[in-house]
Design a binder for this molecule. Sequence first.
Ligand SMILES: N#Cc1c(-c2ccc3cc[nH]c3c2)n[nH]c1N
Length: 252
Amino acid sequence: RSLRLDVVSIFPEYLAPLDLSLIGKARRDGLIDLHVHDLRDFAHDRHRTVDDSPYGGGAGMVMKPGPWSEALGHVLAQGSPPAEDHQPRVPTLIIPGPGGEPFTQQIARELSEEPWLAFACGRYEGIDERVYEWAGERMPVRVLSLGDYVLNGGEVAVLAMVEAVARLLPGVIGNVESLVEESHEDGLLEYPVYTKPAEWDGRAVPDVLLGGNHRAIAAWRREQRIQRTAQRRPDLLPPTAATSALSGLEER
Ligand SMILES: N#Cc1c(-c2ccc3cc[nH]c3c2)n[nH]c1N
């Protein structure tokens, strides 16, 4: 199964890190088919203008609708000829934005099931609202946010989202076990990890991990995940577990 990814940005070089490490290998293995498009290639005036001042006033600039509809139209044209079922193939368009739906591991899993994703990287004060409407009439559109803090553009978000999605594709991560026991995969944070030396800086590794009792190790790790989640992310725990885990009363 391969995933086609199209990214439109005025800083295409920002997506260069996708050529490195696991994602780079997945591309070379044909698991990911990445196409990065420079939005300015779709701005036809002499200065290749992609932005202009906002109607209604206010600070900053807004990205013009014309170049975006041309760029996204070019992406859509990559889906022809239609697949065997004669339905025109269209991508799901992801538009990162601070006001978007929070991007989560669950959404990463959903997106990893899609055959074709497109990403529109905004800059300045954002993209003219009519682009969201225009795109929504031609393909599924999801506006997603990395978190409640402000970035200068969507490129950083796309790097994060592409990594979170691509690593879930079969064959991208060698050790599939590492996909199971990790933060957020089952709603709990990950347990603490240790490696050699057994004593470092006067600090020992927990004894249970040095023995071979796998049942005891699994129980200890489970306990650590619940306690760590209760301390750092009680919002992830069901209400009852949050209080008892904090007070340590719950028998496990
Ligand atoms: N995703 C996301 C974002 C952004 C973001 C995304 C796109 C643009 C375009 C101009 N400014 C942007 C900020 N800020 N904070 C997040 N979590």
